[in-house]
Design a protein around this ligand. Structure first.
Ligand code: PMP
Length: 434
C-alpha cells in the first residue's frame, strides 16, 4: 500500500492506463461486453485514509469498492451469484431468463448492471421508502422495479418474500416433477429462524446432475425466473472469500491487524473475515453496527434487541436511521457464517456516521456513502479500545460513494428534519479520546 488519499487521483490515472494496456493488447476486437464486466469487477485499490491514519498513528486503509462498475461492493456478489447459477443450470442467457431480487438498493443496481451485460432481464423489488436515486438508477439500467409497502419479514408481501414468489411464478407453469422446477422458489425452513428460503444452489446442483440430456435441452429453452437471494445464498459469502479477502491479503502483504465491516446480508464480513483468519488467526474482525440494528446485541449477548424486533415485526427504518445497506434485525444465513469469527462489535450513531462522511470530504476528498462512514467510525473506536498507536493496520470497506445518498444521508435538510446534527467536531472528539 503506497497510496495516500492525496495521491489517489494519480493512482486512478495510472490504473486506467494499465487497464487500457491490458484490455486492448491481447484481444483488440473480440472483447465482449460480458467479459468487460467480469474484467472490471473487483481488484479495487486499497486506499490509505491519510487524515485518520495520521491522527491515530495507526494505518487506516479502505478498500475502494465504490470503483466497481455498478458503483458498489455488491458487484462482486451479483457477478458471483449469477455465474454460480449459470454453472448450476439455474440461469441460461438468451432464453428469456429473468433475475429477481428483493433489495434496498445496491445489490439491485449490481444485478441490473451485470444482468444486462450477460443477456438477462432483472426485476428488483424494494420497500417504497428507499432513497429515490437508487430507483432512478435501476430504471435507467432497464430493470423492472416494484416498490412495496414496508412489511415484516413474516409477511408474504415483504419485498424479499415477494421476489421469491415472483421468481417462482415467472414463465411457464412449474412442473413439480422436473429437477429444476422442484427448486423454483421451493420453500424450506432454515435452522436459524422460521424464515423460509429457496432451496440452496448446492441442492439444486445435486439434482441437476439427474437431468437427462433431453431434459437439459428442453430446460435450456424455457424462460425462467431465478431468485438471487443474497441474504441466504452462499455465493455471496464466496464472492468475498475468494475475492475481497485474498485481494486484501495480497495488497497488505499479510501485514494487517484488524478487519472492520458492517453487515447487511453478512456476506462481506463473513467471507472476507473468514479468509483473513485462515491466513492469520489473530486478526481482529470487528462489526460496525448502525442504530436500530440487532446485530450488535447478537454478537455481544447472543440475542437481538427484543423478540418483536428479532422476528422482524419492527423494521429498522422505523428507528429513524439514515444509514442504508447495513444493520438488520434478523439472522441471515450469511451472517450466521460470520458469527463464529467476529471478535468485537461497535455501535455507530447516525450523527457519528454523518460527521465522518463530512470529515472525509473535508480532509481527504473522499465522498462516501453511509455504510463506509460507519465502518470508518468503527475503525477509530476499535483503535481506541485496543490502545493502538504504533503503526498497526486496520482495513475496512468503502462500500459505495456519496452519489447513492443525495436524498437522505447527504441531504442536510432531510437530516435537520430527522434531528440529526451535521457536526464534524464529533470526529475530532472521537480522535482526541484517550
Ligand atoms: N454497504 C452497502 C452500501 C450495502 O448496500 C451493503 C449490502 N446491503 C453493505 C454495505 C453490507 O454488505 P453485506 O451485505 O455483505 O453485509
Amino acid at each position: 500500500v503506497s497510496l495516500t488519499t492525496t495521491s489517489v487521483i494519480d493512482y486512478f490515472r495510472q490504473r486506467r492506463r494499465k487497464r487500457e494496456e491490458l484490455t486492448f493488447e491481447p484481444r483488440p476486437i473480440e472483447l465482449r461486453s460480458d467479459e468487460v464486466v467480469d474484467g472490471v469487477v473487483g481488484n479495487t485499490p486499497l486506499v490509505r485514509i491519510k487524515s485518520l491514519s495520521e491522527a491515530l498513528g495507526v494505518e487506516i486503509l479502505g478498500k475502494a469498492e465504490f470503483m466497481n462498475p455498478g458503483g458498489s461492493v455488491k458487484d462482486r456478489v451479483a457477478l458471483r451469484m449469477i455465474e454460480d447459477a449459470e454453472e448450476r443450470g439455474l440461469l441460461h442467457p438468451y432464453t428469456g431468463s429473468r433475475i429477481f431480487e428483493g433489495t434496498v438498493g445496491s445489490t439491485g443496481i449490481s444485478i441490473a448492471t451485470i444482468a444486462r451485460a450477460k443477456g438477462y432481464e432483472a426485476t428488483i423489488i424494494m420497500p417504497d421508502d428507499v432513497a429515490e436515486e437508487k430507483v432512478n438508477a435501476l430504471l435507467a439500467l432497464g430493470a423492472q422495479v416494484e416498490r412495496v409497502r414496508p412489511a415484516s419479514i413474516v409477511d408474504k408481501k415483504q419485498f424479499v418474500n415477494l421476489a421469491r414468489e415472483r421468481a417462482k411464478n415467472f414463465g411457464s407453469e412449474p412442473d413439480p416433477a422436473h429437477p429444476y422446477d422442484k427448486h423454483r422458489g421451493h420453500l424450506i425452513p432454515t435452522a436459524s429462524s422460521s424464515v423460509i428460503v429457496t432451496t440452496t444452489a448446492d441442492e439444486a446442483l445435486a439434482d441437476n446432475a439427474l437431468m437427462s440430456p433431453k431434459e437439459e435441452r428442453e430446460f435450456a429453452l424455457k424462460p425462467r425466473g431465478f431468485f438471487a437471494d443474497q441474504f441466504e445464498n452462499r455465493s455471496n459469502y464466496y464472492a468475498h472469500y475468494d475475492g475481497t479477502g485474498p485481494e486484501i491479503w495480497r495488497q497488505t502483504s499479510g501485514w494487517i491487524d484488524a478487519f472492520v465491516s458492517g453487515a447487511g446480508t453478512g456476506g462481506t464480513i463473513a467471507g472476507t473475515g473468514q479468509y483473513l483468519k485462515t491466513k492469520k488467526q489473530d486478526i481482529i474482525v470487528a462489526l460496525a453496527d448502525p442504530e436500530g440494528s440487532g446485530l450488535y446485541n447478537k454478537v455481544k449477548y447472543g440475542v437481538m434487541f427484543d423478540k418483536k424486533e428479532a422476528e422482524g415485526t419492527k423494521r429498522r427504518h422505523q428507528v429513524d436511521t439514515v444509514v442504508e445497506g447495513i444493520g438488520i434485525n434478523r439472522l441471515t444465513h450469511n451472517f450466521e457464517l460470520a458469527l463464529p469469527i467476529i471478535d468485537d462489535a461497535f455501535r455507530v450513531t447516525d450523527a457519528e456516521a454523518v460527521a465522518m462522511s463530512r470529515y472525509l470530504v473535508q480532509h481527504d476528498g473522499l465522498f462516501l456513502g453511509s455504510s463506509s462512514a460507519c465502518n470508518l467510525v468503527t475503525c477509530i473506536k476499535l483503535v481506541k479500545k485496543m490502545g493502538w498507536s504504533s503503526g498497526e493496520r486496520v482495513v475496512t470497506i468503502l462500500c459505495d460513494s456519496g452519489t447513492r445518498h443525495y436524498s437522505k444521508f447527504w441531504n442536510d435538510d432531510y437530516l435537520a428534519k430527522a434531528n440529526i446534527p451535521v457536526d464534524m467536531g464529533i470526529i475530532d472528539r472521537l480522535l482526541a479520546e484517550p
